[in-house]
Design a binder for this molecule. Sequence first.
Ligand code: PMP
Length: 282
Amino acid sequence: MSRIAYVNGRYVPHREAAVHIEDRGYQFADGVYEVTAVRGGRLVDEERHLKRLDRSLGELKIAQPMSHAALKFVCREVVRRNGVRDGIVYLQVTRGVAPRDHSFPKDAAPSIVVTSRRTKGAPQKSVDEGIGVISLPDQRWARCDIKSISLLPNILGKQQAREAGAYEAWQIDRDGNVTEGTSTNAWIVTGRGELVTRRADSTILNGVTRLAILDIVARQGLTFVERPFSLAEAKEAREAFLTSTTSFVLPVVLIDGEPVGDGRPGELTRKLRAAYAGQIEQ
Ligand code: PMP
């Protein structure tokens, strides 16, 4: 089945899909995006993704490209036309095409691109045995709550992790606290059994998976706290894990090469992954 992309009102063959060279996404990374998981042909947590998209667009004063109903329709159609049952939908909105000038153009219409592809998710070995992260300084801007397509520090961090043989890089703020991974949220379970993740302020992206896990945690009556935690605290933790749309919940068993707890995936981590998997497979 040949791949199809949606670009500004048209479904086109993926290999021919293109936007103009003066699209502000291409020129300035002046745009936002969402990645939504597809399970059994269904979009996981679609409402939360749309809500976050609205927020990102609003914060950057980019006009809504279309109504939620229309966006949902297009996403479903792209999933369907690509024959995706398990995978992702990628949706990007930029401020549109205009002669290159830093200030906002007066009459540009936002550009929208939607693609979808099958993905396998994290390898079973990562789920069973856990993954390693490295730490590095958080070099990003002060509005990490906006899901901007400007991702240079994130891709540099991820590449550094890959070159170190790690799955992810945990970014560290000036106070020595973990903000988040380059494309994932960070969690620990302390020695006292306290589940901790950073509060969703402007220093992190408020992950849709993060919110889903917080819901599960609240429903199960588990105690948790949203507060900063330091790299040192993470290294001393009983368990650590990360969350994202594409990784779901993955145990972190090595931080900078040092084992977390006994170096094996933690019990609460496994429980939360199972609960989340159960929820999205429904
Ligand atoms: N933080 C960052 C920086 C990300 O890019 C992502 C992935 N979009 C996440 C966290 C996780 O968010 P979500 O659970 O919505 O995929």
